[in-house]
Write a protein that binds this ligand. Structure first.
Ligand SMILES: O=C(O)[C@H]1NCC[C@@H]1O
Length: 304
């Protein structure tokens, strides 16, 4: 059936491009947003949180999104070497780093002409994230973008063998490591679980319990910043050397990221490493979202 004309729309209209990286969604905002004020990326993040949080909920929550939706809002950066700046959005707020988003943005920036004439076999894109400058390298040949690798901000083991009390599970030993965001690592076997074979909900329940004690989460993809933090932790423990590539598979989607420590560095008082993470992102859609003034649910809601 052919529709002769579009129905009338009123209220705000926001256009997005949807991608996913190993199954983890990313909604990139194309237009329809007001200007984000602030002289630095962190000031812009605060401005968005204080003045435009309703737009995060509009795009991340149902009926347009869902609890696990992620978003990227491109903003100008104050760093001369940055090609683009980005704020990351999700169901709870604004993260400092999002590796799966960086992988998707590596393609998007080239495909949407946000950076100068692409070069083959790879194009470097400097992405200013709230955690700092992240260098993405996008494969490019015959006019097509491919896999993306990125170099993290310095990553380091923050604390190891920390005992935390986890509701319902008792005392659990965790390692805490930074990969642009802080992660707590705990062996699934301590919960009688296996990341490849256990039910996702059981893993989520265990991670949520640990999260309540030390803050963490379970992801569809292997998690870019999580892989970064994990490689830094393994390097710190002497389990891997420089340039030793490890593969990390999502127990949920089976998608794979690779990670390796490529260089020693420091971050304040911590011995740190620059970690390279590589993965694939794909486009999944283009959408224009609208909001009607008489829709009581138009601001977004979450059912779980
Ligand atoms: O890849 C990442 O780093 C992100 N994925 C969802 C949670 C993390 O921020």
């Amino acid at each position: 059936m052919a529709f002769p004309s579009l129905p009338p729309h009123c209220g705000s209209v926001i256009s997005v491009v949807d991608m996913h990286t190993g199954g983890e969604p990313l909604r990139i905002i194309l237009n329809g947003f007001p200007e984000i004020q602030g002289n630095t990326i962190l000031a812009k993040r605060r401005y968005m949180k204080e003045h435009l949080d309703h737009l995060r909920k509009l795009l991340m929550f149902e009926p347009r999104g869902h609890k696990d939706m992620y978003g990227a809002l491109l903003v100008p950066s104050e760093l001369a070497e940055a090609d683009i700046g980005v704020l990351f959005l999700h169901n709870e707020g604004y993260s400092t780093m999002c590796g799966h988003a960086v992988i998707a943005l590596g393609r998007f920036a080239v495909d949407y002409g946000l950076v100068k004439e692409p070069t083959s076999p790879e194009m470097q894109i400097n992405i200013h994230c709230p955690c700092g400058l992240v260098k993405a390298f996008t494969e490019y040949s015959n006019g097509k973008t491919g896999a993306v690798r990125f170099h993290s901000v310095p990553a380091f083991a923050f604390a190891t063998d920390i005992c935390v009390s986890v509701a319902g599970y008792g005392s659990v030993t965790v390692d805490i490591s930074y990969g642009g965001a802080l992660y707590a690592f705990v062996s699934a076997s301590k919960f009688g679980l296996d990341v490849n074979n256990s039910k996702t909900q059981d893993l989520v329940d265990a991670a949520t319990a640990v999260s309540k004690a030390v803050k963490s989460q379970v992801d569809r993809s292997p998690t870019g910043s999580g892989v970064t933090a994990r490689v830094a932790l393994q390097y710190h423990k002497g389990l891997i050397g420089l340039n030793q590539t490890r593969s990390f598979q999502s127990g949920v989607t089976r998608s794979v990221f690779t990670g390796r420590a490529i260089e020693e560095t420091t971050c304040g008082v911590f011995k740190a490493v620059v970690v390279e993470v590589k993965g694939h992102a794909h486009y999944s859609g283009v959408a224009t979202f609208t909001q009607e003034s008489d829709d009581a649910l138009s601001g977004g809601f979450l059912l779980r």
